[in-house]
Design a protein around this ligand. Structure first.
Ligand code: FRU
Length: 502
């Protein structure tokens, strides 16, 4: 018997368990990481080690607003179910523990390894509030710490800082990777309005290699949280340099830009002058990649924006991260772009999958069952026959609507959260965000991932990405596809996603 799309959806959605939507925690995501309580910003030191993904993060354990920074810690086997661990790094006499990275020092270049135990080494910025008040301009410098017990306990190096401040007021967020051809570590550091590359044989002694970017890319704000990594494109190694910037993003506030080019162990040379954005939504900041993940390159960002991060109406925590995304490269026209798609691990929390082909969207097509998907957690994928206008409406019983769509006239995707619920906590929050369609393909491929108070849109195989958070008065329960011109969906796939959190 052929079941209708609605009856299958009802079954799939009833099967997914309920979440905490009527408690004060009603905005807490169910498969994105967020701390149980208190303030979080940037993901830090993300590393895969002995079968476990480690996520450290900027954390203030005493309040729901930014404060003296620690490194919080969570671990996961699948980047979906995260277990919060004791705080990894506390502020000390050298300062707060700002953002940075972690590496597995397989060859024990640092000498921190003992009895055959491979050290995990964290490289972070010490931000000294006393020096900051004195306006010395030298209050940020780089330090290291190591762990020999799977990231549980950390020892700070007695020779800290390993990279003193040369007189640059914004001097932070070291991202370190091993550069095999020259057998040395490379540190990519944000230095105000540019990137400075350093190298080291042992993570302790650092020498300057080069600078990049004073005259390249977007400069509407300070450069922060960079990352440098290789990807393979058509059999050739290509380097990607991510530079987060705040403010100055394409839809205001914080955002991530990137450059594609060559790196020879000393110098980064971009292929083009075009400004490229990792994510055009308002809520993917400080995104960097995990280290030690072999052939996969996995990215995760902080799902907020400095414009309103301290005001979002969540309790008793503030902020979540994006889902983990697998990165690739794709050419469109003359340019080479980064692509981001959901890491395949997400499939593990899919409910029953509803697939349909060749649907003509003339009248609105309701994707959720009668009564709605009470959990607001789902993944939807479709491909359209042509690139024509459509709009996805995420709505609830309170009359809130989040609009996600494509506008052919401007060749733009958009997310409009102006009527999505609570928006008045910050003047600029309730706005429409737009992103160019970069793909030249005739039809549109779209993936949408929703989790209570966030949507992540991956268009055209991840060429255009948008991440936005929103705060509906009651759970978003209904998803409807509309198209004034009438589009044809070649394939439609919809599944509720199951909660996966502590
Ligand atoms: C980016 C950032 C970093 C800094 C950290 C402080 O969001 O400003 O540059 O290290 O947050 O919490």
């Amino acid at each position: 018997m052929r079941k209708t799309i609605t009856s299958i959806l009802v079954a799939a959605l009833l099967a997914s368990s309920a979440n905490a939507q009527d408690t004060p925690e009603k905005y807490r995501p169910q498969f994105h990481f967020s701390p149980k309580a208190h303030w979080m910003n940037d993901p830090n030191g993300m590393v895969f080690h002995n079968g476990t993904y480690h996520l450290f993060y900027q954390y203030y354990p005493e309040a729901k607003v930014w404060g003296p920074m620690h490194w919080g810690h969570a671990t996961s086997k699948d980047m979906l179910y995260w277990k919060e661990q004791p705080i990894a790094l506390y502020p000390d006499s050298l300062g707060y523990i700002f953002s940075g990275s972690a590496v597995v020092d397989v060859n024990n270049t640092s000498g921190f390894g003992k009895d055959g135990k491979v050290p995990l080494v964290a490289i972070f910025t010490h931000h000294n509030p006393v020096l900051e008040k004195q306006k010395t301009g030298r209050h940020e410098y780089q330090s290291i710490a190591y762990s020999l017990d799977e990231g549980k306990t950390w020892t700070k190096y007695s020779g800290n800082p390993v990279l003193p401040n040369p007189g640059i007021s914004d001097f932070r967020d070291p991202k370190v990777r091993w550069y095999e051809p020259q057998k040395k570590w490379i540190m990519t550091l944000a230095t105000k309005d540019r990137i400075t590359f350093y190298s080291s044989p042992d993570l302790k002694k650092w020498s300057k290699e080069s600078e990049f970017g004073a005259d390249a890319g977007a400069h509407g704000g300070v450069w922060e949280c960079p990352d440098l990594f290789p990807l393979t494109h058509e059999g050739r190694q290509v380097w990607v340099l991510i530079v987060n910037i705040n403010p100055g993003g394409p839809n205001k506030g914080s955002a991530g830009q990137y450059f594609v080019g060559d790196f020879d162990g000393r110098t980064f040379t971009p292929y083009s002058k075009e400004i490229k954005w990792l994510d055009w939504g308002a809520d993917n900041y400080a995104a960097v990649t995990f280290s030690n993940t072999g052939n996969r390159t996995l990215l995760m960002g902080w799902m907020s924006n400095w414009q309103y991060a301290n005001q979002v109406p969540t309790d008793p925590w503030r902020s979540a991260n994006t889902i983990s995304r697998e990165l690739g490269l794709k050419a469109a026209g003359k340019e080479l772009y980064l692509t981001s798609i959901p890491a395949k691990e997400l499939e593990a929390i899919e409910g029953e999958v509803v697939s349909k082909s060749e649907i003509a969207v003339k009248a609105p097509v309701q994707l959720s069952p009668k009564g709605g998907n009470a959990s607001g957690l789902f993944r939807m994928d479709f491909k359209t026959a042509t690139a024509d206008d459509f709009e996805l409406v995420l709505s609830n019983k309170s009359g809130n609507e989040l609009l996600i769509g494509y506008d052919k006239a401007s060749n733009q995707y958009y997310i409009d959260r102006s009527r999505s619920g609570k928006t008045d906590f910050e003047a600029g929050f309730g706005q429409k965000h737009t992103a160019p369609r970069l793909s030249k393909d005739s039809g549109i491929a779209l993936t949408l991932v929703a989790d209570v108070a966030s949507v992540e849109l991956f268009a055209d195989g991840g060429l255009t990405v948008m991440t936005d958070i929103f705060f509906p008065d009651t759970p978003m329960s209904d998803l409807t596809i509309k198209s004034s011109k009438g589009i044809r969906l070649r394939d439609l796939r919809y599944t509720a996603l199951k909660p996966s959190m502590e």
